[in-house]
Design a protein around this ligand. Structure first.
Ligand SMILES: Nc1ncnc2c1ncn2[C@@H]1O[C@H](COP(=O)(O)OP(=O)(O)OP(=O)(O)O)[C@@H](O)[C@H]1O
Ligand SMILES: [Mg+2]
Length: 389
């Protein structure tokens, strides 16, 4: 998969928690269904004005967690606090939180205007004010001129924007979005990502966004929460998560990674693939077994005699901006992204700068993710649920 990251780096991220106000606190939340633990002691703080994304594979508990914040499900254990107040038993409509579901749940018999006006009519807002607010909201989601249209005549992206306008019209403190772009084709999805990001920044509403698409999470979020098997694996900015994954699960799930078995003979030295490399990591016990991550774009290709390691190119795929190549180094198939042109069968050397090497503690995910032996670009795209459906 071609990864073209576009990080939104906000100054506020560095001080997450220091200057921002906490809106939601999840404290030790657990939930089981039929004896199966779905959420396992989740603790998470969500801040005002934050675009926070729950990211993880299918079935890891994202929707369950979002439903709890929205008031549609209760934890078995733990507390949910909203601006410091315990909220566990407060029904959804009494929470200052609104939800956009994956299936937009628009009212098919109402036109665009009436769909967006619905929450205001429920509250008995005066007619003139309804008109003003709805038109303002339609302009925010770029649907001016669509007010009288039947929602069933709209495209997926337009329906999505009606659902967002309806969710925003009551000015909730927090908007929950459960894979809201899942049904859209890739191009529309990218456009909507930008639009959602703009809407979030212009309204200042906290967005809790759920996706299993790592590129989407990286490009949109202030903060990403990576979940696996009902547990938080890592919380951080997109750059933190990408550059400093805490374990093999995160390294594998976010972007492409070569994950190797290694040891730390001493501080700033990592040994793997039969070679000792300089790295930037320290504070491991001498000789401690570790997992080593090297991103495909951080590998330099050099003549075979000048390489720290050398191997044979087994596959080359032209990706537009770069070539994605698979290189067999001592039986381990590395993925390397390079702008150099190399050929299948060519013997090449590779060189790694110290900052290309990321050391992680061993975890239950060590050894789970292999090399790129069975890698096929085509298969990757076909099995990518975030792609066109
Ligand atoms: N009401 C329920 N009754 C029984 N099991 C449930 C219920 N809701 C969720 N589960 C189970 O809990 C697990 C987590 O489900 P959840 O919907 O939170 O996953 P998810 O991360 O949102 O996945 P996806 O990306 O596929 O939407 C799944 O194994 C699911 O089958
Ligand atoms: Mg879900």
């Amino acid at each position: 998969m071609l990864l073209a990251y576009c990080f939104f780096i906000l100054p506020a991220q560095a001080e997450r928690g220091a200057i921002m106000e906490k809106i939601i606190e999840l404290k030790n939340i657990s939930k089981s269904f039929d004896g199966e633990t779905v959420l396992d002691h989740i603790s998470l703080d969500i801040y005002d004005n934050e675009f926070i994304t729950l990211l993880g594979p299918s079935g890891c508990g994202k929707t369950t967690l979002l439903r709890m914040i929205g008031g549609f499900a209760n934890p078995d254990e733990g507390d949910i606090l909203f601006m410091g107040e315990r909220l566990n038993d407060t029904p959804p409509h009494k929470r200052n939180v609104n939800t956009v579901f994956q299936k937009y749940a628009l009212f098919p018999h109402l036109n665009v205007f009436e769909n967006v006006a619905f929450p205001l009519r429920e509250r008995g807002v005066k007619k003139a004010e309804i008109k003003e607010q709805v038109m303002k909201m339609l302009s925010l989601v770029m649907l001016e001129g669509f007010a009288e249209r039947s929602v069933t005549s709209l495209s997926g992206g337009q329906q999505q924007r009606v659902a967002i306008a309806r969710a925003l019209i009551n000015h909730p403190k927090v908007l929950l979005l459960d894979e809201p772009l899942g049904a859209l084709d890739l191009k529309l999805r990218k456009d909507m990502q930008q639009e959602l990001k703009k809407i979030q920044k212009s309204t200042g509403i906290t967005f809790v966004f759920v996706t299993h698409d790592q590129e989407e999470a990286l490009s949109m979020s202030d903060t990403i929460v990576v979940l696996s098997e009902g547990r938080i694996q890592q919380i951080g900015t997109p750059t933190d998560i990408y550059n400093e994954p805490v374990n093999a699960f995160v390294a594998d799930f976010i972007g492409e990674s070569n994950i190797l078995d290694g040891v730390m003979p001493e501080n700033f030295k990592a040994r793997f693939s039969g070679h000792t490399f300089s790295c930037l990591d320290k504070d491991f016990a001498p000789g401690e077994p570790v997992d080593v991550v090297v991103r495909p774009e951080d590998v330099d290709i050099v003549p075979k005699d000048e390489g720290m390691l050398s191997g044979v190119v087994t596959q080359v795929t032209f990706m537009g901006v770069h070539n994605e190549i698979i290189v067999d180094i001592g039986g381990f198939k590395w993925m390397i992204q390079t702008t150099e042109s190399v050929n299948v069968g060519e013997h090449i050397g590779i060189s790694l700068d110290p900052d290309a090497i990321h050391i992680m503690k061993k975890s239950k995910y060590s050894g789970v993710f292999g090399d790129y032996s069975s890698y096929s670009n085509e298969l990757d795209e076909l099995s990518d649920p975030g792609g066109e459906e």
